[in-house]
Design a protein around this ligand. Structure first.
Ligand code: NDP
Length: 308
């Protein structure tokens, strides 16, 4: 007799993020009606990298869809560090702008850390500034990196109270793994952060009620690494050759996550797909952060965007 397989519930990040953008739009309109403050996001891009140009265009369109002010500053790749810093200073001083995002990567002649450090922490909607990392670590209100914030929203929407759950995060980057760990600790999970030196990673993953994969290695996490019924959040975005050998030979690719989705979805209770899981949440959370920053400027408490 074969064991019964209950396929995992697919966590639809695309649908959730679309609803979230609508809620941000409503909350922003109500903030503007009450206080006259219209949330504004400035996105700065240096150079012509096509992928970055596409991300920036998407961000601008989504910001406008949410009824916010959207400014895009496109600078040539000959821009000097001082010119970029001067623009950041101008945006820091602009009272109509509540969020500043500098699209990475920057050209090699510009020190990205110096630029990110120059953004006012209260307008740092990427949440990368060391002041915001510190605020998150000590549990103060700050701006939280968008991708882990999106993961947390999906988890709370799916599971409600996360208190007491075992969470394993694979990856310890400053933009995903570490802030994810802080957020889950803040929700009273028991958190373990794994990385490239972790011993017996499969065994550790099997202890997780919540498994967050943020590694950047295609389909590394296998089905038999996952505890029955666990919730799996796959942050990874990896391009691999198309399954069709003819298309692969033409250089066609497809996107996969860090989790072997087909096998994992036979064991997990819930799982995010790639694409369509965490990815769309990142941009929605950029708007959440811009709205939050605008509320703080106006001295009002942001609406609870997760309330149904
Ligand atoms: P980084 O490369 O900065 O970090 C990767 C982490 O994975 C490191 O901590 C590294 O460990 C760990 N790691 C690497 N190999 C292994 C291994 N064999 N076993 C265990 N751990 C390992 O990546 P990011 O955090 O920036 O991104 C992770 C993934 O998420 C990428 O695929 C990226 O494209 C994606 N991403 C998706 C976003 C979205 O919007 N959905 C946004 C941001 C990222 P160590 O520290 O020891 O080197």
């Amino acid at each position: 007799m074969t064991a019964e397989i209950n396929p995992a519930q697919i966590i639809d990040g695309k649908a959730f993020s679309a609803k979230l953008v609508e809620r941000v739009a409503e909350a922003s309109a109500s903030l503007e009606a009450k206080t006259g403050v219209k949330p504004g996001l400035a996105v700065v891009i240096v150079g012509e990298d096509p992928a970055s140009q596409l991300y920036v265009r998407n961000k601008g369109e989504t910001t406008q869809k949410a009824g916010m002010r959207s400014d895009t500053h496109r600078l040539p790749d000959t821009t000097t560090q001082n010119e970029l810093l001067a623009l950041i200073a101008q945006l820091n001083a602009d009272t109509g702008i509540h969020g500043i995002l500098v699209q990475l990567p920057l050209p090699a002649h510009i020190d990205a850390n110096a630029v990110l450090d120059a953004i006012s922490p209260d307008k740092d909607v990427d949440g990368f500034h060391v002041v915001n990392a510190g605020r998150l670590a000590v549990g103060q209100d700050g701006l939280v990196p968008c991708t882990p914030l999106g993961c947390l929203m999906l988890l709370k929407d799916q599971l409600g109270d996360l208190s007491g759950l075992n969470a394993v995060i694979v990856g310890r980057s400053n933009i995903v793994g570490k802030p994810m760990a802080q957020l889950l600790l803040g929700e009273s999970c028991t958190v373990t952060v794994a990385h490239s030196r972790t011993k017996d990673l499969p065994g550790l993953c099997r202890t997780a009620d919540i498994l967050v994969a943020a590694v950047g290695r295609p389909e590394m996490i296998k089905g038999d690494w996952i505890k029955d019924g666990a919730t799996v959040i796959d942050v990874g975005i990896n391009r691999v050759p198309s399954k069709d050998p003819v298309k692969a030979a033409e250089g066609k690719t497809r996107v996969v996550g860090d989790v072997a989705f087909e096998e994992a979805s036979k064991v997990a209770g819930r799982i995010t797909p790639v694409p369509g899981g965490v990815g769309p949440m990142t941009i929605a959370c950029l708007l959440v952060n811009t709205y939050t920053a605008a509320c703080r400027t106006a001295g009002v408490q942001p609406d609870d965007l997760l309330a149904r």
